[in-house]
Design a protein around this ligand. Structure first.
Ligand code: UTP
Length: 289
């Protein structure tokens, strides 16, 4: 059973400057909901309520968001705005959220390593705090279901266009069944003609506690950081790793263009905006054609 989730959210967010100069990129809203709230919701919808957020410098807004705000509750209650009163209370009670600070930003592998004490000796989920995955079955639930069957590390992957593999971490492996591979290769940003596949890491993992030993044995890699992919490569020499081609659409909020696309996609899914927004988009497209 997977009881705990770790959400790394300490990164600088340099690809999203200047918005991330004084606010966490994980708090960037998709319409009205901060990115990290979608991520916490995915964990909760996958049956995980013990969540450790890896926090850091300038990330206090994340803690405030999941905390109670009694003043706001009083104001909403006086205004008899019952919908938002309930919603604000719900956000502060969504999950049992813990925080640990990553004092120096030494990479995703190092961020995950900060969870060692909290997680102890059990498998756990990792959900990147700047990545939303829209799906019918929560993606973490999809991974948990495979974990229950295989009891090994499971990484989420998604197909990306072959000509864009150089932007991603890519896996190679043997196909076990539809959408499921046994991994035998993991490479960061491969050249298009050297890539083992077009299956890219999708920001969700179920990791066994053995990962902590692997991270300790991992040297600094790209950007002089401890990369999770490098630690997974070491882990793969010690135990099996499987990859699940997820059923869902991934949105990387840390990247400005993806962020824009996310907002458009999500706005078109909201009944209160859909019609008017679609008309607006059509007009803009017409003008720019
Ligand atoms: P990214 O590599 O996208 O985050 O990590 P970043 O370093 O903030 O990005 P840029 O390149 O500077 O824009 C994915 C997730 O892992 C967290 C980030 O906060 C993000 O949610 N992370 C990354 C950490 O918690 N610690 C780190 O040292 C690095």
């Amino acid at each position: 059973m997977i009881r705990k989730a770790v959400i790394p959210a300490a990164g600088w967010g340099t690809r999203f400057l200047p918005a991330t100069k004084a606010q966490p990129k994980e708090m960037l809203p998709v319409i009205d909901t901060p990115t990290i709230q979608y991520v916490v919701q995915e964990a909760v919808d996958s049956g995980i309520e013990d969540i450790l957020i890896i926090s850091g410098k300038g990330k206090r807004a994340i803690e405030d968001h999941f905390d109670r705000n009694r003043e706001l509750e009083e104001i909403l209650s006086e205004k008899e705005d019952n919908y938002w009163y309930q919603e604000i209370r719900r956000i502060s009670e969504m999950a049992n959220i813990h925080y640990i600070r990553q004092k120096e930003l030494n990479g995703l592998g190092d961020a995950v390593n900060h969870a060692a004490q909290h997680v102890g000796n059990e498998p756990f989920a990792v959900l990147l705090g700047d990545t939303i995955i829209d799906s019918i079955i929560p993606v973490t639930q999809q991974l948990v279901d495979y974990y229950e069957q295989y009891k090994q590390t499971i990484v989420a992957v998604e197909e990306v266009p072959m000509e864009k593999v150089y932007r991603y971490g890519i896996i190679g492996g043997e196909k076990v069944s539809e959408n499921f591979w046994r991994v035998n290769e993991m490479v960061e940003k491969p050249a298009v003609d050297k890539s083992p596949s077009n299956l890219a890491f999708a920001g969700r993992y179920i990791l066994t506690p053995e990962i902590f030993k692997a991270i300790k044995d991992t040297n600094r890699g790209i950007n002089n950081e401890i990369q999770l992919t490098d630690a997974l490569r070491i882990l793969n020499k010690r135990e099996a790793i499987y990859a699940c081609n997820i059923q869902g659409k991934r949105y990387d909020i840390g990247n400005k263009l993806d962020y824009l696309k996310t907002i458009v996609d999500f706005a078109l899914k909201r009944p209160e905006f859909k019609e008017e927004f679609m008309t607006f988009l059509k007009e803009i497209i017409k003008k720019n054609m």
